[in-house]
Design a protein. Structure first.
Length: 589
């Protein structure tokens, strides 16, 4: 009895270590891949075959078909991917996830050669764990630390697998266990057990690993293992189905495509395989299966199912569309899907894209507003207000999303991106507010029939060119996180400030000489204030981008030192400022 209890404890400990190692390895692989996953999946899956290859590759890298399918559901829900693109990726994820079973099958290696002994988990796991610990503890590079964490996760995974296998050997003497495994030879029961087990732990890789460890008992036959593997493919769909709850219809259809792919594949296999078996019994079904055999079956089934259903992808889409019919109300994609929070690197990449879109909207609003100073148009005014409303919504969504994301397991690089976005979204949104202020000033000019002198028009034109220049440079730097472009923003901002001061001084002179009116001066003050503050916000964004990218959070101190000539780049700053001042000189007009 004591031995029985100790074996059960060892089994549970092995299972815990196995699942922990799989989670650590998967999350570390995701961090290493970073936001590239979104770019690869969303922009390169232009057709189903290409999507299949990409889905297979990405899943093999991050070791989780569940993570891939949930990401895909999130991408479809946000409009990054279409349902047609998602189909191929989902099929590829089913094949890519089988790589885990091959890694776990190393536990079944037999032989006395040094190469075989080296690759056995009892040798390989401690070796990789030692290398991983050195990389994690004694290197400064985040990339190397991540690799170390991956190796430590692999060590935990393989050690847990080995512990489970050794602790299960006592079951070979238990009649009830042998009878249970025989009962799994019933296709319906075996499929149900595999589906339920996988749905509970939400990982087909983990459930396949458990089945592989059961092979150490010597009572797992091909006949009992095959239905369980089929069920595991169905059970893994639960993660995507849960993830699609509350999503739009396209995302829900994506989850249904995943389900139908596996269910239809299992049905076709069951009908053909067991149908043939009724007339020509499969003799190998009574043979004992090994961990390697499980990996072979798992891979062969998924490849066969893909080969049959890939050409019929349109049928799967129709089934999904039938299951999730069109709504009467048109749905719009969400900006930032919380499903992507499960993969922080991808969520950061998506947040950066949305912030970039907001910056472009603010720039467009300001460009339109500048045009209104030369001639007011109500339709253009509506466009500016719509863009400002868009930036408001983007700012609210980003702030909420980024706060949630800040508690995630982020890499150092992603954490810096997060800090940049948190510090800058308010500045980016305020630019659109100033565009509205300029548009309202232009409306007042039109209503009151205020006329500008020719000299004032030329000065405003120079100022607007300078503001447009600094704004475009800032947005370009922000969208691509280009530090070289960001360095050019501050000297331009200083030139805008000086231009604003000169335009004000010239207005006072014209007012004194009777060439301008006080009423025009009020409107001019509103316009100049909006332009100066726009340049200030551009400066804030660029400085945050530069400072946070270097791991610093002292923007005001940096600006002070830069202008005082205390930094290495101060000389370049002064030179650029002189060049921009010459380019936007009022005396040239």
């Amino acid at each position: 009895m004591t031995t029985y209890i100790l074996n059960v404890i060892s089994l549970l400990g092995g299972l815990a270590l196995f699942l922990f190692g799989m989670d650590v390895m998967g999350s570390s692989l995701e961090r290493t891949a970073g936001g590239k996953l979104q770019t690869i999946l969303a922009k390169m899956s232009s057709n189903v075959p290409k999507g299949f290859l990409l889905g297979m590759a990405v899943t093999a890298v991050i070791q989780s078909s569940s993570a891939t399918t949930v990401m895909v559901v999130g991408f479809v829900n946000t409009g990054i991917m279409t349902l047609k693109q998602a189909v191929g990726v989902i099929m590829g994820s089913n094949v890519g996830t089988t790589i885990t079973a091959w890694i776990l099958s190393l536990s079944g290696l037999q032989g006395d050669s040094i190469l075989v002994q080296l690759f056995k988990p009892t040798t390989l796991a401690p070796l990789l764990g030692a290398v991983g610990m050195v990389l994690f503890m004694f290197t400064k590079s985040e990339q190397k630390k991540n690799i170390g964490y991956i190796l430590l996760g692999f060590m935990a995974l393989m050690t847990g697998m080995d512990l489970m296998s050794s602790s299960m050997k006592f079951l070979r003497e238990e009649a009830w266990f042998a009878n249970m495994m025989v009962s799994f030879s019933n296709p319906l029961l075996g499929i149900a057990v595999g589906a339920v087990l996988t749905a509970v732990i939400q990982s087909s890789s983990a459930s396949v690993g458990i089945l592989q460890s059961l092979c150490s008992t010597g009572v797992v036959t091909f006949g009992s293992a095959l239905p369980v593997i089929l069920g595991q493919n169905i059970g893994t769909c639960i993660t995507a189905i849960i993830g699609a709850i509350g999503a739009n219809k396209s995302a829900r259809r994506t989850a249904m495509v995943h389900l139908y792919f596996n269910v239809v594949g299992v049905l076709i296999f069951v009908v053909l395989f067991y149908g043939i078996g009724l007339f020509f019994p499969w003799q190998f079904l009574n043979n004992t299966a090994s961990a390697m055999n499980i990996a072979v079956i798992h891979t062969c089934f998924n490849i066969a199912a893909t080969a049959v259903l890939l050409p019929l992808n349109g049928l799967l889409v129709k089934l999904a569309t039938w299951s999730v019919p069109d709504d009467k109300q048109e749905e719009t994609p969400v900006l930032l899907d919380e499903r992507l929070l499960a993969t922080p690197a991808v969520a950061i990449q998506r947040s950066h894209e949305i912030a970039g879109e907001m910056a472009i909207a603010s720039r467009d609003a300001m460009s339109l507003a500048m045009g209104l100073t030369k001639g007011f148009n109500k339709d253009v005014m509506k466009q500016i207000l719509a863009l400002e409303d868009k930036t408001d919504k983007y700012e609210d969504a980003l702030n909420t999303y980024l706060i949630k994301l800040s508690s995630g397991n982020l890499s150092e690089k992603d954490n810096r991106v997060l800090n940049i976005l948190l510090a800058s979204v308010a500045d980016v949104e305020r630019i659109a507010d100033h565009a509205v202020s300029i548009a309202k000033a232009a409306e007042e000019i039109d209503m009151k029939k205020i006329s500008f002198s020719e000299e004032a028009k030329k000065e405003i034109a120079v100022l607007e060119r300078a503001v447009s220049d600094v704004l475009s440079g800032t947005v370009d730097a922000y969208v691509s996180f280009d530090l070289e472009k960001a360095h050019k923003v501050e000297p331009r901002e200083q030139v805008v400030d000086e231009l604003v001061r000169k335009v004000k001084a010239n207005h006072v002179r014209r007012l004194r000489d009777g060439l301008c009116t006080v009423e025009y001066g009020f409107v001019l003050e509103d316009i100049l204030t909006a332009y100066r503050r726009t340049a200030d916000h551009c400066s804030n964004v660029a400085v945050e981008l530069l400072q946070v990218s270097e791991g610093k959070l002292e923007a005001h101190k940096y600006l002070g030192a830069l202008k005082a000539g205390d930094l290495n780049e101060s000389a370049e700053f002064s030179q650029q400022m002189a060049e921009y001042a010459a380019e936007y000189s009022l005396e040239n007009e």
